[in-house]
Design a protein around this ligand. Structure first.
Ligand code: HEC
Length: 118
């Protein structure tokens, strides 16, 4: 083998590894941007933290309004979707003692409209 063989092989391996790395990065999912209405809204990133902050004080298991609706994970929301839509988006009676911002209401509406993705 010539004295150039090893450097050439090394350079080719390096190029191969670099190109493999950059391809993997391009394949990774882009982060969700929940603030923008009309863009994908997920339960985990947007709806769960919102309900936790604005509703769980009264509606978590053992809290004073748990009988009306108990917030306890994804299916507790999807299973009561009609009641929640009515209370939050239509009559706007919830949350008692507070209001959701226009952006929060839009996120909740988008989430229901998008079929309640997890
Ligand atoms: C300060 C306490 C409080 C907060 C905060 C609150 N609720 Fe309620 N909620 C109640 C009480 C009390 C009731 C039962 C009496 C009533 O329906 O007015 C109720 C009832 C409900 C019901 C049942 C309505 C029906 O027709 O059966 C739903 C659904 C609901 N709340 C959703 C929510 C959601 C979603 C949030 C957060 C965005 C929220 N609530 C925040 C106290 C609260």
């Amino acid at each position: 083998m010539s004295k150039f063989t090893y450097p050439v092989i090394t350079i080719m391996m390096t190029l191969f590894i670099l190109s493999a790395c950059s391809k993997n990065q391009a394949d990774e999912p882009q982060p969700v941007v929940p603030e923008k209405p009309g863009i994908q809204v997920s339960y985990a990133a947007v709806v769960q933290p919102l309900l936790q902050a604005r509703c769980a004080g009264c509606h978590a298991p053992g809290k004073r309004a748990a009988a009306a609706w108990s917030f306890n994970g994804y299916t507790s929301v999807t299973g009561s979707a009609d009641k929640i839509k009515q209370a939050v988006l239509v009559s706007k009676t919830m949350p008692i003692g507070g209001t959701l911002s226009a952006a929060e209401l839009q996120s909740v509406k988008d989430w229901f409209d998008q079929g309640m993705p997890q």
